[in-house]
Design a binder for this molecule. Sequence first.
Ligand code: MRU
Length: 339
Amino acid sequence: MSVPSVAGHRASFHAIEWHHHSLHLLDQRLLPHQQQMLHYRSAAEVADAIRDMVVRGAPAIGIAAAYGYALDALAGRDLHQAFRVLAESRPTAVNLFWALERMAALSHAGTEALVAEARRIHEEDIIANLAMGQFGASVLGEKAVIYTHCNTGALATGGHGTALGIIRSGYADGKVQEVFAGETRPWLQGARLTAWELLQDKIPVSLVCDGAAAQLFRTGKVDWVIVGADRITANGDVANKIGTYSLAVLAKHHGVKVMVAAPTSTFDPTLDSGAAIPIEQRPAEEVTSLFGQPIAPAGCPAINPSFDVTPAELIDVIATEKGLIMNPDHDSVALLLAR
Ligand code: MRU
């Protein structure tokens, strides 16, 4: 199979494919200029692909890790070691650990069962995104103008997308007028990936520098900020791409609504609040250089936290495949997860 075929999922590309017992990943480091699939045959190789951002985005990382685990099962390797190497690839997106736990629960069930479970994790994510897209679009109102951050589309998930899935579903329903995509320094997921996906779907998009958000909000040009999540804690706090917290603070100040879109596999009810979420620190070179070219004085120190935490009180809605959480807090999150 290439990618699970789910009714309503119409991607013009596939970021994750499973063919003849090998995993194929679209190299997201090369987009939008080159589309190249890389092939993987072990958990260790897949862990490197996750760490190096060949594949990125919380749900996509979980799906790739599940296939990576299945690859080591097929090769008869030690599955404890497969779990360990994949779990060490990136720390913040809880989907990685959620997917690995699902695979490990079947570690004695045989290789066919493990491959089938990885495929199920992939397919369920697409189904969840399509449901989330409908729930999220239902609250947008008419002709909404949306600001989004990072990339949360078919590249970041099994297909369709979380925040971008809501934008896709909303646009198909005539509810989205226009999208502003923040470029998302330093890795430029917004400029390189989100703009690419939206242009392919012919959804009106304008790329903006991250620093332009306040001016857009102040001049009344934006109705909704819609973003994804890497981990949502029991009280509704949300870890997402660095810059999300700034957007939520700005949105509150200007009366712009904030929606977070995430499947329930992104929730971590074992953590009470966002303060406990491990935040990945990526190499300083991602800040001090661009496409291999230095953009800062030689030797200039830099810090590069890859995610931040937005407190629940700055979020109006969390959209999931099970429904919407309005004004998230401990009780409303628990109620949704119990459905
Ligand atoms: O560092 P990345 O590109 O993996 O970060 C991705 C994000 O922060 C996304 O917003 C998040 O994973 C949700 S993707 C559906």
